[in-house]
Design a binder for this molecule. Structure first.
Ligand code: C2E
Ligand code: CA
Ligand code: CA
Length: 279
């Protein structure tokens, strides 16, 4: 029994060591990723259901790891936040997305809204709106072609300063979307103070509502809440015709999901935009 006990301890500590080593390796390669320019953006279409056209694209960050391949954001953004590099990476995301959108416009492709996610640390920067204004200026993208996506929990961290930033964005004519609605602690009282344009229903609700009646009820309630606040509804993660039909019948305006297209590299996105133009 004694030997077994010791064996347990040994495997426990070596597992801990392995975790520490993995984290340190990850930390190191994440810092290098920034220096080595291993980050790329993919773009996913957002469709307008009335016209059937693409009306926006969401920029989604990818890390092209030399050995591991493409690392999804859920695997590295939390660590990047912890390391304090997200404001820098996020600023690169904004600039790259705005520049890309401007290039597509210059190439005569249809005008689309470029939708960009902000990290928590980025959102709390005191000079955030100035930074965004500067990037718009630099890239020459009209502010009304940019949409910023923030989550409920990001807003709720500091409601007063969130209201101030969001109002400043609105004054600049930048569009605002509340992301993953329904997953955080939302306060409906606060919601009406924010000058939002769109409300995005998180993909977890969309995935499950065809199976669970409660989720169907939530989706319907969120659509009606959004409409009563004058917001457009974007459903995320639409994968099936059944989901599409239900959302369409219940007044959802815009959709995003693998049913239409997964996030694509810029070059492939450009191909889609060219087809869109011919419609
Ligand atoms: P999100 O903002 O909710 O983005 C939507 C996520 O849903 C994306 O995951 C997208 O690839 C995925 N998705 C879209 N359609 C479907 C579908 O039909 N089925 C399924 N299963 N998934 C679908 P992704 O790209 O892995 O991003 C995950 C999260 O990472 C994002 O969630 C966002 O919170 C964050 N993120 C991504 N890019 C950035 C960025 O540039 N900055 C910041 N701060 N966060 C980002
Ligand atoms: Ca988003
Ligand atoms: Ca989302």
């Amino acid at each position: 029994a004694k030997a077994q006990g010791r064996g347990c301890i040994r495997s426990y500590t070596s597992e801990m060591n392995a975790q520490v080593v993995e984290r340190l390796t990850m930390e190191q390669s994440l810092r290098q990723a920034w220096e080595r320019q291993e980050f790329v953006l993919h773009y996913q279409p957002i469709m307008d259901l009335q016209t059937g056209n693409m009306v926006a694209v969401e920029a989604l960050l990818r890390w092209q790891h030399p050995r591991l391949g493409v690392v999804p954001p859920a695997k590295f953004i939390p660590l990047a936040e912890e390391l304090g590099i997200m404001p820098t990476v996020g600023e690169w995301v904004l600039r790259t997305a705005c520049l890309q959108s401007r290039r597509w416009q210059d190439a005569g492709l249809p005008m689309l809204t470029m939708s960009v996610n902000l990290s928590t640390q980025q959102f709390i920067q005191v000079d955030l709106t100035d930074r965004v204004a500067h990037i718009l200026d630099e890239t020459g993208l009209p502010p009304s072609c940019l949409a910023i996506e923030i989550t409920e929990s990001q807003i709720m961290q500091d409601v007063e300063s969130a209201v101030a930033s969001l109002r400043a964005f609105k004054e600049m004519k930048v569009h605002l979307s509340i992301d993953d609605f329904g997953t955080g602690y939302s306060s409906l009282i606060h919601l009406k103070r924010f000058p939002l344009n769109r409300l995005k229903i998180g993909k977890d609700f969309i995935h499950d509502f065809t199976k669970t009646p409660e989720d169907e009820t939530i989706v319907l309630a969120v659509i009606s809440l959004a409409h009563s606040l004058g917001l457009k509804v974007v459903a995320e993660g639409v994968e099936t015709e059944e989901q599409l039909r239900f959302l369409w019948e219940n007044g959802c305006e815009e959709m995003q999901g693998h049913y239409f297209s997964p996030p694509l590299p810029a070059s492939e996105m450009e191909g889609l935009l060219q087809e869109n133009r011919q419609l």
